[in-house]
Design a protein around this ligand. Structure first.
Ligand code: PEP
Ligand code: MN
Length: 337
């Protein structure tokens, strides 16, 4: 259960509620929703909730049956809007994050940024540190890649989304990024999640390769309980018996998570399918199903990409997709940037 204290609750009132919860055998964690103090109890029952609700300083008690608490929809029934680089993620406006899989060189990232900016997009994605399945594959430019991202950020004003693989990289990646990406392979890296709970920058949490919806939401819960409420979820496909596509994009999970949680949910049809030909149809479907935006791999010359060229849109196809999405966005009461 979650006990929501009134904004003016005193320290004494909070500790009285905590003592009562402890005496009822619950483990208690503290968190915040804006200015309001929250006490999260490991279990409890509606009857216990009623007795807590009567205590001074308590606004309401939320009864959350699921193992995840703070990410659950009843905590913010209206849905959370996460802000990054002065732009909202969640709410009416859709978020489009586009760019190459990885930063390869200055000309490539500048050209990608020019296309994203020209199309009215507001976030550029590109990895400097790459989690590749094979140690023989291109591993990214590392710090040099971060420096190139910093330069295009300064020149274009685009927000930057880039991946952090390890707690030791958080400081240098945060100096450049507006959104820190946690990749699918790291969704279960709880030490990384706890470390990212200590920063204020929004975290884009990709769903693990074989993670259930519950595991994915519990990973988000790690970030929030560790202190960072700025969490954006991203469905990027899961492993199934199907091998025609790289992954199976689980759009049912997007609709489900929009019901279960108040967090914004983006869709990555590039990793979700592994095929550029499928990005446009799956992007249409993602917006129609209620996603808050898209994360798309777009490369100035996909055939020359050092990673994921086969699932990157060429610039002309990217621009055509955005045009098309305007109509679908309008039909579901959303807007493109
Ligand atoms: C990426 O976004 O380039 C990436 C590596 O994604 P994922 O973690 O979903 O595989
Ligand atoms: Mn990629």
């Amino acid at each position: 259960m979650i006990v929501v204290m009134v904004q003016t609750a005193t320290k004494a009132q909070i500790s009285m509620v905590e003592s009562r919860m402890l005496s009822l055998g619950m483990q208690v964690q503290h968190s915040f929703s804006g200015e309001q103090h929250l006490l999260i109890g490991s279990d409890g029952s509606p009857t216990l909730g009623q007795s807590l609700e009567a205590m001074p300083g308590v606004e309401r008690v939320l009864w959350v049956r699921q193992p995840y608490k703070l990410v659950s929809r009843p905590v913010h029934p209206e849905g959370t809007v996460v802000w990054a680089a002065g732009r909202p993620i969640g709410g009416k406006a859709l978020t489009i994050i586009a760019g190459p899989c990885s930063v390869e060189n200055e000309a490539q990232i500048r050209e990608a940024a020019r296309i994203v900016q020209g199309a009215g997009g507001n976030f550029l994605r590109a990895g400097a540190y790459k989690p590749r399945s094979s140690p023989y594959s291109w591993q990214g430019l590392g710090e040099q890649g971060l420096a190139l991202l910093q330069a295009v950020k300064q020149d274009t004003g685009l927000g930057i989304v880039t991946e952090v693989l390890d707690p030791r990289q958080i400081e240098k990646v945060s100096a450049v990024a507006d959104i820190l990406q946690v990749g699918a392979r790291n969704m279960h890296n709880y030490e990384l999640l706890k470390a990212l709970g200590q920063v204020e920058l929004p975290v884009l949490l990709k769903r693990g390769l074989a993670a259930t919806v519950e595991e994915w939401l519990l990973a988000a819960e790690y970030l929030i309980t560790a202190g960072n409420p700025n969490v954006i979820l991203c469905e990027r496909g899961i492993r199934t018996f199907e091998t025609y596509t790289r992954n199976t994009l689980d759009l049912a999970a997007v609709a489900a998570v929009k019901n279960l949680s108040h967090l914004p949910v983006l869709v990555d049809p590039s990793h979700g399918t592994g095929k550029w030909q499928l990005i446009t149809p799956l992007s249409r479907a993602a917006i129609a199903v209620g996603a808050d935006g898209l994360l798309i791999e777009m490369h100035p010359q996909p055939e020359q990409a050092l990673s994921d060229g086969e699932q990157s849109l060429a610039p002309d196809k990217y621009l055509a997709l955005l045009e098309e999405l305007k109509h679908i966005a309008a039909a579901v009461g959303r807007e493109l940037p």
